[in-house]
Design a protein around this ligand. Structure first.
Ligand code: FES
Length: 115
């Protein structure tokens, strides 16, 4: 690992762990996608905000949790929800867990209302 890279340990939805060498200053979402990890659910992989911190579908759990920089991520940190990986810049070694996207980051089609 070079002087400008830091280890990011990633545990995926199946519990498998991998360590990525991530260049400092890289957005975590981008590093995870480049590493082959799925940060989105099935539909939100196509319907997301492109890393602008608006859709809330790129959530991951992070240790140690960095200081939030944006309102949505501040709320996530305050209430213990997964943090927005598109709003995290990798500056130090991290451990990341990608939660099941059946709940986080999954946009489900509307169901017809029952009468
Ligand atoms: S990609 Fe939309 S909030 Fe992160």
């Amino acid at each position: 690992m070079g002087e400008n890279t830091v280890p990011v340990r990633v545990r995926d939805q199946n519990g498998l762990e991998t360590t990525l060498a991530v260049e400092r200053g890289t957005v975590l979402r981008d590093a995870l996608i480049a590493g082959g990890f799925e940060v989105y659910g099935t539909l939100s992989s196509r319907l997301n905000c492109g890393g602008n911190g608006l859709c809330g579908t790129c959530g991951v759990r992070i240790d140690p949790p960095p200081e939030p920089r944006k309102f949505h991520d501040t709320a996530a940190a305050r209430f213990g929800y997964p943090r927005l990986s598109c709003q995290i810049v990798v500056e130090e070694p991290l451990t990341v867990e990608i939660p099941s996207k059946t709940m986080w980051g999954q946009l489900l089609p509307r169901r017809p209302e029952r009468s």
